[in-house]
Design a protein around this ligand. Structure first.
Ligand SMILES: [Zn+2]
Length: 339
């Protein structure tokens, strides 16, 4: 473990987040505040961070949410390639429940997710991989430490995020924005390719409150957010606690799309619950990279705060136990039952 530096890079300093929740149908209600500039090697990273300040309606019961009629449409898991990583990064191998697992490397899938809301348009969750990952050369993450995290890559023709968006986006299905689970390189790597397309210049970009952007020049960097003018924070801290999960933000205000605070793997990590036409889907993000970690309760090896990573995973597992009909998709692995 010791040879792996924790991925938890440069903080967007001085963020004084306000209260919670958003209504993205009504941008005027989003408080825009320029709070700082991050410059690395002359490359502009995040020009400003908005804090989202619209209070939502208050706590609801999951049993009501999971039986509601309002749904998201067109939900798709976009498999954008695979990366080879050390198992000790995706699973804390010192956990007693991991004693039988080998200390080897493994290829894990890198996803983005696509859905459409009935009035707000279509969105991605995470950005997937761009076509630089086809070469097996580490994609668009560089630096002396990059090979410690992404050791090898695989991608089939047409799997890169822009190729997949080309097949999904049309006049009836406009891409409006991207919600990140967190800002690690394998989740932000598709951003430069997306922002280079003229039709995607006006997207909105959302991450969890106080999520650190990982970009260590010389060590581990990709400048993935260089063309993201504004990163909007979802401030979950004043959102209702919805047991057995923690703070949960009803993004559209209609119960179809929830951001769930699951800090630990990273500082502002979010999981998401989507009420899709095919039923409820829980995206753990990297609160659990793999199915075996979820089943055995083994948190990732790569963590920003191990205690928080453990408690976030415990809450997600309790939610799945209480609502077994919810499909779970892990950060880097689809459950077999989800096809
Ligand atoms: Zn991660």
């Amino acid at each position: 473990m010791n040879k792996i530096l924790p991925i938890c890079g440069l903080a967007v300093s001085g963020i004084l987040a306000l209260s919670a929740c958003i209504s993205i149908n009504d941008p005027d209600r989003v408080a825009a505040r320029t709070i700082g500039n991050e410059h690395h090697n002359g490359t502009k990273q995040i020009l400003s961070v908005n804090t989202l300040t619209e209070q939502n309606a208050g706590a609801r019961e999951w049993s009501d949410v999971l039986t509601q009629n309002a749904r998201l449409h067109e939900f798709r898991v976009l498999h954008t390639g695979s990366v080879r990583v050390p198992r000790e990064g995706v699973l804390h191998l010192e956990d007693p429940a991991a004693q039988d697992l080998p200390e080897d490397d493994l290829f894990v899938d890198v996803f983005a997710f696509w859905f459409c809301h009935s009035s707000a348009g279509c969105f991605l969750i995470d950005s997937g991989l761009d076509e630089s990952y086809r070469t097996g050369q580490g994609g668009n993450v560089r630096g002396l430490m990059a090979k410690n995290y992404i050791m090898d890559t695989r991608q089939e023709p047409g799997q890169d995020i822009v190729a997949q968006l080309d097949r999904l986006v049309d006049e009836r299905h406009p891409l409006k924005g991207v919600f990140f689970t967190h800002l690690h390189g394998d989740h932000t790597s598709g951003v430069p390719a997306i922002t280079s397309q003229p039709e995607y210049r006006d997207l909105r970009w959302f991450a969890g409150r106080d999520e650190n952007y990982v970009n260590y020049f010389l060590l581990y960097y990709g400048d993935h957010l260089a063309n993201v003018q504004t990163l909007e924070e979802i401030d979950w801290t004043a959102a209702p606690i919805m047991s057995p999960l923690g703070n949960c933000v009803d993004i559209f205000g209609d119960g179809t799309f929830w951001a769930i605070a699951t800090p630990g793997h990273s500082s502002g990590h979010l999981s998401y619950l989507l009420m899709t036409d095919d039923g409820p889907v829980l995206l753990t993000g990297d609160a659990s990279h793999t199915g075996i970690g979820f089943e055995r309760g083994i948190e990732p090896g790569w963590v920003w705060n191990r205690d928080l990573a453990r408690s976030s995973l415990r809450q997600l597992r309790a939610f799945k136990r209480k609502f077994p009909n919810v499909s779970v998709i892990y950060g880097h692995e689809r459950a077999a039952s989800d096809g």
